[in-house]
Write a protein that binds this ligand. Structure first.
Ligand code: 5RP
Length: 263
C-alpha cells in the first residue's frame, strides 16, 4: 500500500485505537429527504466534533458542510436509483475520481448488490472504481447493500464482504448478524457496520458493542445517531464503545447521564 493510501486510511481508522466512528448521512441519494436530514447542515454540524469521518454525497457536501472542516470525507460515488423502484440494485458510478480529488476526500464509497439482478454491474462498478482510485491512492469503501428479498445472515454477508475484499476494496461496510465474528474472519480487510433502521438507543448501543467485540473496526452509523432524540449524546456513547472499549451497559448509562442534563 502506498503512502497516500495509508495516510488517507489512517485519517478514517484512527491509528491510536485501530478503530473508527464514521457518520453516515448519504441516505438521500436514494431515499430523498430522509427523516432527520431534511436540513442536513443543522443535523450534521453538532455531530462533526465526534465523527472520525463523514460519509455523504457530493451534493450534500457542497451544500451542507463548511469547507473549513477537518473531518475526513468519505464520498458516496454510486447511485442512480430511488426508493420508488422495487429493485434498488440498479446502481452505477455517479461521481468521477477527478471530482473526488477536487473535493479532497479521504475515501470513496459505493454499494454492491451481491445476489441481485444487477450484481455484475455493481461488482464491475466496484472493480473499475478501485482501478481508478488506486491510481491516486484513494481508498474504496464497499457497502454490502442487501436487497429486500435477501437475508442478512452470516453466509450471505460473509460472501458479500469477501467478494468486496477480493476485488480490492480497502474497507467493507456491512450489517451485524448472528455469528458476526465469522463475517469478520472471512474478510481480510477492516469491517465496519451500518446501524440500519432506527431502533431504541439502548439496542443500537448494544449493536455497536457486539460488532466491535466480534471484530468490527467500528461503525458507519447514520439513522441511529441522527434520528435519535439526543444525537450528540448518542454519538458520544458510540464513540466511547468504539474507541474507549466501554461496555454496552456503561454506554447506556453514559447516554442516560448525558441526556438527563438536557432535560
Ligand atoms: C446506504 C448506506 C447508509 O450510509 C448506511 O445504511 C448507514 O446508515 P444507517 O446506519 O442509517 O444504516 O450506505 O446504503
Amino acid at each position: 500500500m502506498d503512502w497516500g493510501m495509508k495516510n488517507r486510511l489512517s485519517q478514517i481508522i484512527k491509528p491510536d485505537t485501530g478503530r473508527t466512528v464514521m457518520l453516515a448521512v448519504d441516505h438521500g441519494y436514494f431515499l430523498g429527504p430522509t427523516s432527520g436530514l431534511e436540513n442536513a447542515k443543522k443535523t450534521v454540524e453538532p455531530l462533526l466534533p465526534y465523527a472520525d469521518s463523514l460519509m455523504l454525497t457530493r451534493g450534500l457536501l457542497r451544500t451542507s458542510v463548511d469547507e473549513g472542516t477537518s473531518v475526513p470525507i468519505v464520498l458516496r460515488v454510486s447511485g442512480g436509483n430511488s426508493i420508488l423502484n422495487d429493485d434498488l440494485s440498479n446502481e452505477e458510478i455517479t461521481t468521477s475520481i477527478k471530482e473526488a480529488i477536487r473535493l479532497n476526500v479521504a475515501a470513496v464509497a459505493l454499494s454492491i448488490y451481491v445476489g441481485s439482478k444487477y450484481e455484475h454491474q455493481t461488482l464491475m462498478g466496484l472493480s473499475n472504481l478501485i482501478n481508478e482510485a488506486q491510481e491516486y491512492g484513494i481508498p474504496v469503501l464497499a457497502v454490502t447493500a442487501v436487497g429486500k428479498e435477501m437475508v442478512r445472515d452470516v453466509r450471505y454477508l460473509s460472501l458479500a464482504c469477501r467478494i468486496a475484499a477480493e476485488l480490492g476494496a480497502q474497507v467493507v461496510k456491512t450489517y451485524y448478524c448472528e455469528d458476526f465474528e465469522k463475517v469478520v474472519s472471512a474478510s481480510p480487510i477492516p469491517v465496519v457496520i451500518a446501524g440500519g433502521k432506527k431502533i431504541p438507543e439502548n439496542d443500537a448501543l448494544k449493536l455497536a458493542f457486539n460488532a466491535v467485540k466480534r471484530g468490527a473496526v467500528g461503525v458507519d452509523m447514520g439513522r441511529n445517531i441522527f434520528q435519535s432524540k439526543y444525537p450528540v449524546a448518542m454519538i458520544k456513547a458510540v464513540r466511547a464503545i468504539v474507541h474507549d472499549g466501554i461496555s454496552a451497559d456503561k454506554a447506556v448509562k453514559m447516554l442516560r447521564d448525558l441526556t438527563k442534563k438536557k432535560k
